[in-house]
Design a protein around this ligand. Sequence first.
Ligand code: ZN
Length: 413
Amino acid sequence: MQHIIDRFISYVTVDTESDASSDTTPSTAKQWDLANQLVDELKAIGLTEVTIDENAYIMATLASNVDHDVPVIGFISHFDTTPDFTGANVKPQIIPNYDGGDIVLNKELNIILSPNYFSDLLQYKGQTLITTDGTTLLGADDKAGITEIVTAMEFLVKNPQIKHGKIRIGFTPDEEIGRGAHKFDVEKFGAECAYTMDGSQIGELEYENFNAAGAKITFKGKSVHPGYAKGKMINSMLIANKFISKLPKEEVPERTRGYEGFFHVHHIKGEIEETVLELIIRDHDKRKFEKRKELLHKITKKINKKFAKQFGEDIVTTEIKDQYYNMKEKVEPVIHIVDIAEQAMKELGIKPLIKPIRGGTDGCQLSYKGLPCPNIFAGGHNFHGKYEYVPVESMQKAVEVIVKIAEITATKK
Ligand SMILES: [Zn+2]
């Protein structure tokens, strides 16, 4: 157990926070620190074809040890951490044999990780937890995934009696700012399918995510002295308000779950003459997704019609941009890769938790680039903040899942 803990700590103590405002890849130079460390380590554990390109994308190979043809599979993680919370000076704390009570993360600052609030903790009673010191995130998202992949590869190198086909490894920068898959060379990777090790709690297995679009809606107005405004002033903020009121009230993030889609108004900025409203659309169902986009156009049209005379031109303009699509469409034709992951978990006594992702992953972009890519748990909880933690036993199980998937893939015809 110490080995996997040491490895994990050697990653999370390197700051790799990404930065959405940067145009470079990786978005922050410090991501190179861990990237270079990983390259050395992959070589040291005996992988071949270890490469790092000019954008810090790392690839490596574990060669097949069987004579028959086996589909090439891959495992992928990202080494950046979210800009939402600081990832500098991470000081992990090890809690052996967790007793099910409160964990004091930081005495001076009175920061407590409590099962009263985070009830998931209770399923890890008796296990070894790794937490933060309450001042940073942990970075289990997704350095737990990297730890697991490296450890599984090391295990397979040392245990040649376990049969497997060719396995490709991919580590990416900038996933947290939505650019992890952008410059991923799917052709060079050369796998039939891959698994991102980037889910949360043990058992998670995901191959469905939202279809996503973002809309920018601009409302125009006319400013006139409020004392003399009758019949003349047009207040763009009030038109924006009218627009919002025409969206289905129950279909917002705070009132939906599972497969229920939504409109989410996330930004509004206005004055009398111009208001800009930004919202996102999310739906697993492609048809409903398209309908949601249509609804925005319909409302736009209606308001424009109403103000046509008074304003003289379109008072509302709506721009909608698709962001990503549900990977289900790309994974379903090769659904056996999900079945294999499920079988692997069951054989290891892990209860598979198959559920739709209410978001997107790097895997969905990769799936549309031709690399079908379901997502598997990496084991951590409470990502992107100071309450983040990971049970070491979950990481060990993830290692076993990777090994088992490799084994099953090699024995399936
Ligand atoms: Zn992640």
